[in-house]
Design a protein. Structure first.
Length: 123
């Protein structure tokens, strides 16, 4: 029986998306060269992941000589917004304010972040 589809991206999918958001279009070989973790995945494992991501609609390919080059379809900003909403819903009863308060209370913000937050609240 197949695993139920998890919302959002898996860790491996997110790793590929972060690379594609910065450097697309890339072939599977290019992606493999950009991956930082050790041990590196096998080429065939990465190819399988990329093909699955394409089936899910996160990425698409274009012909690049004999190889396929992959580009993101999923926009980074849209993904970030949906992930923050998902976390707020799951952990804070759907309240983005509670999420922000938790982050401000429990994390060290630098001067630039504090200034930006004050400006946002003022506006």
């Amino acid at each position: 029986m197949p695993r139920p589809r998890q919302p959002g991206l898996t860790e491996n999918e997110l790793e590929v998306m972060k690379i594609l958001w910065k450097q697309a279009p890339l072939t599977v070989s290019d992606l493999l060269n950009c991956i930082q973790r050790k041990p590196l995945p096998a080429y065939t494992s990465l190819l399988t992941l990329v093909q699955a991501m394409e089936k899910k609609g996160y990425i698409k390919h274009q012909k690049n000589g004999k190889a396929f080059a992959y580009l993101p379809v999923l926009k980074q900003e849209k993904f970030l917004i949906s992930e923050v909403k998902r976390i707020a819903k799951r952990l804070f009863g759907g309240s983005p304010g509670a999420l922000v308060l938790n982050l401000v209370e429990n994390e060290q913000l630098n001067e630039e972040e504090i200034h930006a937050l004050k400006k946002l609240l003022k506006d």
